[in-house]
Design a protein around this ligand. Structure first.
Ligand code: APR
Length: 258
């Protein structure tokens, strides 16, 4: 057993990673929970405490009350994201990429922790955008979230664009919003070119990101899923490593680089 996991599945998955010329990884909120950032669908996660309908772009733009609720929540939540440190899982994936054995990392997270762990930003696709910038919903003006945090902490309840007076929102993809075409294209091309597709810390509940593993398998990739609880695609995986990303990923990368 490796750290309490079936050693054969870690060793087997490591063999596939070692032999793979093109490995692509998709991460979700489950790689950042060990950094102190709650995920969405576990008990006590974000959707247990906030209504996901408040994160639908039409509702958000149409309701001052929804925007006020968002900025009040975000005023408390953003400092936690800013202060978070990468987990052992982020560090393991950065090590794998640094060794030349991870071609592309697609993350659904907007916390920037992969880059903070030293992952080359050019090899990271933030498919749902980033929490570290805000964008004007009207004119597209982009400013840092830190600047907006200062304004919110000074009492601005619903920060507006200083360029045109439009509504500022995080530069993250809300429900009902399209993913930037260039990001989606890069993610789909990566999935379809992968020999090994590694999922870490995601329920795979949300498309199109959650469907990338299926595209990879249809294109001939081996699918490895590292997750604490069952996912929608466990039945299609060639290896399911059940447990914490912060425990499994370091063991998996260590074995793959041995
Ligand atoms: N180690 C391994 N798995 C973990 C850990 C951990 N330390 N912590 C949580 N998990 C697992 C949970 O069991 C869950 O299956 O990670 C998964 C996280 O799933 P979600 O909360 O659904 O997060 P994610 O898959 O990233 O959601 C995708 O949904 O709401 C939208 O835009 C949001 O990007 C998000 C998208």
């Amino acid at each position: 057993m490796t750290n309490g996991f079936p050693a054969d599945s870690i060793a087997q998955a490591a063999d596939w990673l070692r032999a793979s010329a093109v490995t692509v990884c998709l991460t979700g909120a489950g790689i950042s929970t060990e950094s102190g950032i709650p995920d969405f669908r576990s008990r006590g996660g974000v959707w247990d405490r906030f209504d996901p309908k408040d994160f639908d772009i039409r509702r958000w733009l149409g309701s001052e009350e929804v925007r006020r609720r968002y900025w009040a929540m975000s005023r408390e939540g953003y400092p936690r994201v800013m202060g978070a440190e990468p987990s052992k899982g982020h560090a393991a994936l950065s090590r794998l990429a640094g060794s030349g054995r991870l071609s592309l990392l697609i993350t659904q997270n907007t916390d920037g922790l992969h880059q903070k762990a030293g992952h080359d930003p050019d090899e990271v696709v933030e498919i749902h955008g980033t929490s570290h910038f805000c964008v004007c919903a009207a004119c597209g003006e982009r400013i840092t979230r830190a600047e907006v945090q200062e304004r919110v902490e000074r009492g601005e309840e619903i920060p507006l664009c200083e360029n045109c007076g439009g509504f500022l929102k995080p530069d993250a993809v809300f429900f009902g919003e399209d993913i930037a075409p260039e990001r989606l294209e890069r993610a789909v091309t990566g999935a379809e070119s992968a020999e090994v597709f590694l999922v870490a810390g995601s329920s795979l509940a949300v498309r199109p990101a959650g469907a990338l593993p299926e595209r990879a398998v249809l294109s001939g990739a081996r699918l490895i899923i590292v997750n604490e609880s069952p996912t929608r695609l466990d039945g299609k995986a060639h290896a399911v490593l059940r447990g914490k990303t912060g425990d499994i990923l370091p063991a998996l990368v260590e074995a793959a680089l041995a």
